[in-house]
Structures are given as structure tokens and as C-alpha cells.
Write a protein that binds this ligand. Structure first.
Ligand SMILES: Nc1ncnc2c1ncn2[C@@H]1O[C@H](COP(=O)(O)OP(=O)(O)OP(=O)(O)O)[C@@H](O)[C@H]1O
Length: 231
């Protein structure tokens, strides 16, 4: 598995009364295949995973992916780290499904015919083969999330960061997307409010008030998180 390292990586942002701490300096070595992040809204989960592909830059410390410093070698890191957002509309920009996957492949596959062949193969793998030439807007929410995933995974990143990828989905689509995520050979960093999904991870971080309050096996992490929820 790839190695993700946070070395006292912290994030602050300017606020009206001075800097606000968004993530306390955090040190982690993530080598497990499936790492889950759970915790309350606004606790800092998205910020932590965004450090891994450079969407957020640490204001102190550093973040390394396979030894590459995210702040200094961003392009190389982003080739290794795919990112999947909660709302697939954020990353679907082309008119048709196949063109969207082709867009992801534009750098890695120069020949247009070969690019189309590979894009169609990826869509097939995600159960979207028959919709290849349809408009992205004709897809259901679940299909759109699968298409977004297909686009990210087409370039075969070593790590997939998925920030609440099932939050907008119904039960059937949650299962479909989860089956794809948990069937991947890649390392998965999964932010989720779905505790069933968290339980399927090899290691789970519980984030609270801008810091990791628990880090360990999934069942213990879920129990820890539940102990913090009133009622
Ligand atoms: N650039 C920024 N400037 C100021 N505040 C920020 C910035 N980025 C994030 N925050 C704040 O930091 C906190 C942590 O945000 P973050 O998105 O990491 O939380 P989260 O745990 O992913 O939440 P959710 O479960 O709601 O998605 C939130 O209160 C958020 O509003």
C-alpha cells in the first residue's frame, strides 16, 4: 500500500479575532488499505483528507505521499491521489458520460481512438456501458456518483480519497457505490457519516474539534464516536 504521512500537519485560517484552528498539528502514518474518518459536522475531516492531495495546504508541518511532499510536488502527488467529492456535479463537466471519462484520460492516453476504447471499458466496469453516449444530466444521482468515480479511477491512482461519497445516495445506490469502493485494490481514505461503511474499514480515525480523538480498529472507533453523541 502507499504511505501517507502527516508530520505535525496543522491548518489555521484567518478569522476576525485572529487565526482559527481548523486542524490541530496532526501526526499520522497511514498504510492500511481502507482508512475511515468519522466525526461530527465541522470537526475537520474534510480538511484532513484534503491535505493528502493538496486541496488544502498545511499552515504548519508537512504531508508526504510515498515520500513526496504535497506542498512541493503537488502535480506528482495528484497523479497518485484521486479525489471523489460528495456531490458528483462538482466533477462532471463534459456533456456525455464517455467524454467525461475521456477528459480524465487526456494526459495519460494521447491517442483519441485508444482513449475512447479505454473510457468505454471503464464505463462498462462501472455498469454504465449502455449510457456511454447519453447526457450526464440523464443519469440518476447514484449513476452520477459512479460516473464521477469512474472518471477518477480511470487514471488508476494509487490512493482514492472519497469525501462522503454516499451522502446524497439512497440505500441501493449507497450499496452499489460502497461495493465499488470496498472492491478496489487501491488505498481508500473514506470520510463518511455512514457507520456501517466505517465498520468495513481497517482503521478508523474519529475527528472532533479539529483533532483526531481516537485512532484504531473500526468497531472501537465507532463505539468511541457514539459515546460522544448525546442522547
Ligand atoms: N478556509 C477556511 N476558513 C475558515 N474556516 C474554515 C475553512 N475551511 C474549513 N473551515 C471550518 O473548519 C471546520 C472544519 O471543516 P471541515 O470541512 O474539515 O469539517 P468536516 O468534519 O468535514 O465537516 P462535515 O461533516 O460537515 O463535512 C468547519 O467549522 C469549517 O467551517
Amino acid at each position: 500500500m502507499p504511505l501517507i504521512e502527516l508530520e505535525a500537519a496543522g491548518v489555521t485560517a484567518p478569522g476576525p479575532d485572529g487565526d482559527v484552528v481548523i486542524l490541530e498539528p496532526t501526526t499520522l502514518r497511514l498504510t492500511e488499505q481502507r482508512v475511515g474518518l468519522i466525526g461530527a459536522n465541522g470537526s475537520g475531516k474534510s480538511t484532513l483528507v484534503r491535505l493528502v492531495n493538496g486541496l488544502v495546504t498545511p499552515t504548519s508541518g508537512r504531508v508526504l505521499v510515498d515520500g513526496l511532499d504535497v506542498a512541493r510536488e503537488g502535480a506528482a502527488v495528484r497523479r497518485r491521489v484521486g479525489f471523489c467529492f460528495t456531490d458528483p456535479s462538482a466533477q462532471l463537466v463534459m456533456p456525455t458520460c464517455v467524454e467525461d471519462v475521456e477528459l480524465s484520460l487526456r494526459r495519460s492516453v494521447r491517442n483519441a481512438g485508444e482513449r475512447r476504447r479505454q473510457a468505454l471499458a471503464v464505463l462498462e466496469r462501472f455498469g454504465l456501458g449502455e449510457r456511454a453516449t447519453l447526457s450526464v444530466h440523464s443519469l440518476s444521482g447514484g449513476q452520477r456518483q459512479l460516473l464521477a468515480l469512474a472518471g477518477v479511477l480511470a487514471t488508476e491512482p494509487a490512493i482514492l480519497v472519497a469525501d462522503e461519497p454516499t451522502t446524497l445516495l439512497d440505500l441501493a445506490n449507497t450499496r452499489r457505490v460502497a461495493d465499488v469502493l470496498f472492491g478496489l485494490p487501491q488505498q481508500l481514505l473514506l470520510v463518511t457519516h455512514d457507520l456501517d461503511l466505517a465498520r468495513r474499514c481497517d482503521r478508523v480515525l474519529v475527528v472532533e474539534d479539529a483533532r483526531v480523538r481516537f485512532d484504531g480498529p473500526a468497531d472501537e472507533a465507532v463505539a468511541d464516536y457514539l459515546s460522544t453523541v448525546p442522547g
